[in-house]
Design a protein around this ligand. Structure first.
Ligand code: ZN
Length: 177
């Protein structure tokens, strides 16, 4: 499976549950193995192909598992710069400028937690202005109340860039991010 222009290899595929709920993102090679092993069916393919010695396979973009997989409800997305920036569209949640850092709404020095409902993406200017204050004390207004993202897979996809054909399966959030 050599890599050439138009030859599959390094991109990613969306994995859907048997019920069409998005489950996660895997390499297209892994997705092809799921399809070849009859563990999943091909839903969408890219224009590229995998070549073996004798055969050509379409590179999967979306696959659907043949059997339903139960997903634990308590599965949490890690709170870090990458995931918070993805949730907040890479924009400062106070002024809308490009985000450069993470701000704790209730400052950590005042007992604020490093948790989804207390972190927002912020630009350096707003972060510096806010320091160890609450937003209103620094004259800042949050554009929206931070909350945990609803769909883990949306976050995974957004933090690395989702493909257009994934949008129908990821829900509205993928279109407004
Ligand atoms: Zn700002």
């Amino acid at each position: 499976m050599a890599r050439e222009p138009g030859v599959a290899g390094t991109s990613r595929a969306l994995v859907l549950n048997a019920t069409f709920e998005p489950l996660g993102v895997v390499s297209t090679r892994r997705a092809l193995l799921l399809v070849l092993g009859t563990k999943a069916e091909l839903v969408h393919a890219t224009a590229r192909t995998f070549h073996s010695e004798r055969m050509t396979f379409p590179e999967p973009s979306v696959v659907r598992l043949a059997r339903y997989v139960r997903v634990p409800h308590d599965r949490q997305v890690a709170v870090n710069r990458r995931t918070v920036f993805a949730r907040d569209g890479h924009h400062c949640q106070y002024c809308g400028s490009p985000a450069e850092s993470i701000d704790h709404v209730m400052p950590r020095s005042r007992g604020g937690l490093h948790a989804w409902d207390n972190v927002v993406a912020a630009c350096r200017r707003c972060n510096t202005r806010k320091e160890d204050h609450l937003p209103h004390e620094a004259g800042l207004v949050l554009r929206s109340q931070p909350a945990a993202p609803r769909q883990r897979v949306w976050l995974l996809a957004m933090s690395g860039g989702a493909r257009d054909e994934w949008a129908p399966y990821l829900g509205e959030q993928s279109l407004t991010a």
